[in-house]
Design a protein. Structure first.
Length: 272
């Protein structure tokens, strides 16, 4: 894609750029992300980065998948960091492409620390996080003056894949009228139980948004009490966000309603 005539940085050989690809729709890539893709020699990408986006890399760029595939465990984080270091030491322009924003539940900080320790120069290019862009596509505002002046993002998995125990669930529920939970599907029942136990009402509006911004996007509006059963009945699958709060009820009034009414994803942003 031709970038507007902005002064975009050149990607120096031997550098790693940690880049957020946004939640899926290629139109949500930033100009910096497209600029990075246009120049990369090697792209190390995660499961949530779609093919259309990868097609923006130059022909001849090495594309390496660093996610979980076919039930096989994902490569160890340490191995991914070592691979980035190895490629950078070979003088490649290494693009580490992650879903959403690299520093939001994306382990980007671990990679940045490993690169710093190894003395590899890098920069971070933020992306639109799924909890922001995905909910916007679903017609769910994160804040609204009448309902909330604060929002909390949390993860349904900690480093060992469990519901985070160290969180003060009661304090969080008291303090934050809107909660956005990433990685929510695996432990949905337990997350709902935690939130109810912490004091949230069964009637609190809630939604599950899966494959947000992508052609297969689904939005299920429900309540906290019914969320797990409704999600099972509807066959909601990851990647999905679970949002709880009165803002969900605004969706109907805002009328972004039917996700298929959203513009379809841009076709490949071919390299210029
Ligand atoms: N760094 C990413 C988050 C990585 S964690 C970001 O900033 O968005 C992976 C979780 O992100 C998924 O389990 C899901 O909860 C959420 N997610 C990512 N892409 C999504 C999408 N297109 N639709 C819904 N949820 C998504």
């Amino acid at each position: 894609m031709q970038l507007p005539s902005l002064d975009m940085p050149s990607f120096p050989p031997g550098w790693v750029w940690l880049v957020g690809a946004g939640p899926g729709d290629p139109g949500l890539l930033t100009l910096h992300a497209v600029n990075a893709l246009n120049q990369a020699d090697a792209v190390i990408y995660d499961a949530l980065v779609g093919e259309e986006i990868l097609r923006c890399a130059p022909q001849g760029a090495v594309l390496e998948y660093a996610g979980k595939r076919g039930g096989k465990p994902s490569p160890k984080q340490r191995d991914i960091s070592l691979r980035l270091i190895e490629l950078a030491r070979q003088g490649k322009r290494v693009l580490r492409l992650k879903g959403g924003d690299p520093f939001v539940f994306g382990r980007g900080a671990e990679e940045a620390l490993a690169l710093r320790e190894a003395g590899i120069p890098f920069r971070v290019i933020p992306g639109i996080s799924a909890g922001i862009g995905g909910l916007a596509y679903a017609g769910i505002p994160l804040t609204h003056r009448d309902t909330n002046s604060c929002v909390t993002f949390l993860t349904g998995h900690n480093a060992s894949g469990e519901v985070p125990e160290s969180l003060d669930w009661e304090a969080m529920v008291r303090a934050s009228p809107v909660l956005v939970i990433y990685m929510a599907i695996k432990h949905l029942d337990r997350l709902v139980a935690k939130l109810r136990h912490a004091g949230l009402s069964d009637e609190r509006p809630a939604a599950l948004v899966s494959h947000a911004t992508l052609p297969g996007m689904r939005v299920l509006t429900t309540t906290l009490g019914r969320a797990a059963d409704d999600a099972r009945a509807a066959g909601i699958e990851p990647p999905a966000l679970f949002v709880i709060g009165e803002v969900v009820a605004l969706r109907a009034a805002i009328g972004a309603g039917d996700p298929s009414a959203q513009p379809s994803p841009a076709s490949c942003l071919a390299t210029g």
